[in-house]
Design a protein around this ligand. Structure first.
Ligand SMILES: O=c1[nH]c(=O)c2nc[nH]c2[nH]1
Length: 452
């Protein structure tokens, strides 16, 4: 239910209505109610009619975007290791298992130090917000205290987030491993404490790292915690050939990597599985039947030599797909980079399998916004500008100060949007709203009243 219209934005608007429909309005209007929920998105020429149709408050305000500016939904990063941000852009010279041992586990172990954790988490939340990411599904480390620091940081800086304390009780370094029962107890304590905050923005997510580092007893226990508190689950699946072979040796009785999670009660409609690069036909059918979402992480899949996820094939199997930066297997915390590489990766798949058509630009935008919301189970709350949703949005300015884009008189509105998606960066993202609150504002932003 939405209320009377209190705020109207007028200017360009682009958002994905569904996986195959994008609404592009060069002169659009978007109405918000008193709690900053979206009431409507319409063509601006209809404004007078809309006042009657939706009931505008007597003191409703109109915020006029500057020429070339447009509104779009915030990006949704469905898979990011907040604790690996100190390594972002480094160490991309090895495949997954070696990379974990050499770079990743040693850095994650440093989060035992609260000051190190505080500094890193502050930076990753600031950086992702600045890049236009309004919602993230974060992995932290095995440390509960530091994981709570990330929860507090997201709340304070105003980012919507799932935060998961990582669990691992086998095949891990002696300095970075948990005892099974303690890992389950600590997860439950973290879930309880995070739920008790009644946060509008942050939700705990149960996070078994991946099969090689989680015993059967741990996976079963974590599945029970997720069910008891009705919270989501995240992990990694079928990312890398060496990893998949290891899982086969560890669980010879299971028919596939995905089946290992299934028999331990970890696949359901609230589960997010990252990568899915080498999923078999049977695994795609299983993920589809369990309504599991896949986080496609193309930067990481190239960076740590995993392979290429067949997104079109997943869609044909009716599997939900969103995008993840997967910092720091992925080099960049910016979702624009993941979007671009997702488009390129789909062309590489197409070269190899011509029947799988490359993703079109707006399918990429869907993956980065509404598709991500579906993967996180938040499709009724965020991901596009449908009535009733929260206002998690960006004001993009292709002509902002220091813009990396040049706009020409011949450019249509759709050209300006495309230029941003391919050549823009955070200098073009002049305002970021999460839950109707401004969390980033640059000098080129339109004037806003103080209560945003
Ligand atoms: O890309 C990845 N990053 C990780 O940190 C990880 N852990 C298990 N599997 C993983 N894959």
């Amino acid at each position: 239910m939405t209320g009377e219209v209190r705020t109207v934005f007028r200017g360009g608007i682009v958002h994905c209505v569904d996986a195959s429909t994008t609404q592009l309005l060069e002169d659009g209007v978007l109405g918000l109610d008193q709690s900053n929920r979206i009431v409507f998105v319409e063509d601006g020429s209809q404004l007078a009619l809309l006042q009657d149709r939706y009931g505008f408050a007597a003191d409703a305000r109109t915020i006029q975007l500057k020429p070339h500016q447009f509104l779009m939904p915030g990006f949704i990063d469905t898979h990011i290791h907040a604790s690996q941000y100190p390594n972002a852009g480094t160490g991309l010279d090895m495949p997954l298992l070696q990379w974990l041992e050499t770079y990743t586990f040693p850095t994650e172990a440093m989060f035992a130090n609260p000051e190190f954790a505080q500094n890193a988490y502050e930076k990753v939340v600031q950086r992702t917000l600045r890049s236009g990411t309004t919602a993230c599904s974060y992995f932290t480390t095995i440390h509960r205290e530091a994981s709570t620091t990330l929860v507090e940081t997201c709340e304070r800086l105003g980012q919507r987030a799932y935060v998961g304390k990582v669990c691992m009780d086998r095949n891990s370094p002696s300095t970075y491993i948990e005892v099974t029962n303690e890992s389950i107890r600590e997860t439950e304590a973290f879930v309880q404490a995070t739920l008790a905050r009644n946060s509008e923005l942050v939700t705990p997510i149960v996070t078994p790292r991946f099969v090689p580092t989680c015993s059967s007893q741990l996976m079963t226990g974590l599945g029970e915690v997720a069910r008891r508190y009705n919270v989501p689950i995240q992990s990694h699946v079928s990312e890398n050939a060496g990893e998949i072979e290891w899982v086969r040796q560890l669980h010879p009785q299971c028919s596939s990597y995905s089946d290992v999670y299934d028999v331990h009660g970890l696949l359901n409609s609230k589960a997010i599985m990252a990568h899915g690069v080498h999923l078999s036909e049977a695994e795609m059918q299983l993920l589809s039947a369990r309504k599991v979402g896949v986080s496609h992480c193309p930067c990481s899949n190239y960076g740590i030599l995993s392979g290429i996820c067949r997104v079109r094939d997943l869609h044909q199997h009716n599997v939900k797909v969103g995008l993840g930066t997967d910092v720091s297997g992925g080099h960049s915390p910016a979702m624009l980079e993941s979007l671009r590489l997702a488009l390129i990766a789909s062309k590489t798949v197409h070269f190899q399998e011509p029947a799988l058509a490359p993703l079109r630009l707006y399918e990429g935008l869907h993956l980065a916004t509404l598709g991500g919301a579906e993967v996180m189970g938040l499709q009724d709350q965020i991901g596009n500008f449908a009535p009733g949703k929260h206002f998690d949005a960006l004001i993009v300015d292709p002509s902002s100060i220091d813009s990396p884009i040049d706009v020409f008189a011949k450019d249509k509105f759709s050209d300006r949007v495309e230029k941003f998606l391919f050549n823009g960066d955070d200098r073009n993202i002049v305002t970021v709203f999460v839950n109707g609150k401004v969390v980033k504002r640059l000098a080129s932003a339109p004037a806003l009243t103080a209560d945003f």
